[in-house]
Design a protein around this ligand. Structure first.
Ligand code: NAD
Length: 240
């Protein structure tokens, strides 16, 4: 049996699938990741991306933060790819329990997934730091300089910046989902960002499938590794 057929068999035999993913899930939708050859970390800026998207930098240099954020992180025209759509189909058929994602692009929800645990927040939620008023991602995209609320407060995207902690309820729900999964599919992630990457340690089953273009730190304990494009590979699955 080839590797893809083994993957298909695991999906067929599983009823509590959890998908844990990262930026690689959306590269086939045209959103750059951080660590690939053409990822944001390989591009030249005055400051490295991990500096710009830190809480300290946001508060000290908000105008530079928002320039980077609008140019590189707000991809509002991106559409879900076939992989996102397949995960939505798996949930619809009652086989997938949760999508746990490090992504902030909202594409899993656009594809139709309901139980999406966003570890790093979402570009689609933005709040005034002073009065709490909600603003859309489109509003942030169309604003100039530092986006301001009518009350005068700065509007901050609800994305988890470096130095900020993850939402504890989202972590608890992710741990619950992963620890009770019968198949954990991990894909499109370098597993380099903690604490998110550590959550896959809660999986205790015997079907850990890794789908990534490049090796990761979890390769040694994977039951199956598929090298290739995750959207394409997930898209090939037949959901019974
Ligand atoms: P990463 O950039 O560190 O790693 C991406 C991994 O995916 C790499 O190992 C790469 O080889 C692999 N990959 C890229 N495209 C792929 C494809 N089509 N098929 C299979 N594998 C593919 O991303 P990360 O691990 O998610 O960590 C980066 C952080 O950046 C995350 O915390 C995330 O919040 C944030 N981020 C999010 C987005 C987004 O929301 N779309 C985009 C960039 C960065």
């Amino acid at each position: 049996m080839d590797d893809f057929s083994r993957f298909q068999a695991m999906v067929d035999q599983s009823e509590r699938i959890v998908f844990f993913g990262g930026a690689g899930m959306s590269t086939e939708s045209g959103i750059p990741d951080f660590r690939s050859e053409d990822g944001l970390y390989r591009q030249e800026y005055d400051y490295p991306p991990e500096t710009v998207i830190s809480a300290t930098f946001f508060h000290r240099h908000p105008e530079v933060f928002f320039r980077f954020y609008r140019e590189r992180m707000l991809c509002l025209t991106a559409q879900p790819n076939v992989g996102h759509l397949k995960l939505a189909e798996l949930e619809e058929k009652g086989k997938l329990q949760a999508v746990v994602t490090q992504n902030i692009d909202g594409l899993h929800q656009f594809a139709g997934n309901k139980n999406v645990l966003e570890l790093h927040g979402s570009v689609h939620r933005n709040h005034c730091l002073q009065c709490g008023k909600f603003f859309s991602a489109q509003f942030i995209l169309e604003s100039d300089g530092i986006p301001l609320c009518p009350c005068g407060g700065t509007i901050k995207p609800d994305v988890v910046l470096y130095e900020e902690s993850l939402d504890s309820q989202t972590i608890t729900r992710s741990v619950d989902a992963i620890s009770t999964a019968d198949l954990l599919i991990v894909g499109g992630t370098s597993l380099a960002v903690y604490p998110a990457a550590g959550l896959i340690d809660y999986y205790r089953g015997s079907r850990l499938v890794l789908i990534n273009r490049t090796p990761t730190s979890a390769d040694a304990r994977a039951d199956l590794i598929l090298r290739g494009n995750i959207g394409e590979l997930l898209g090939r699955l037949v959901v019974l």
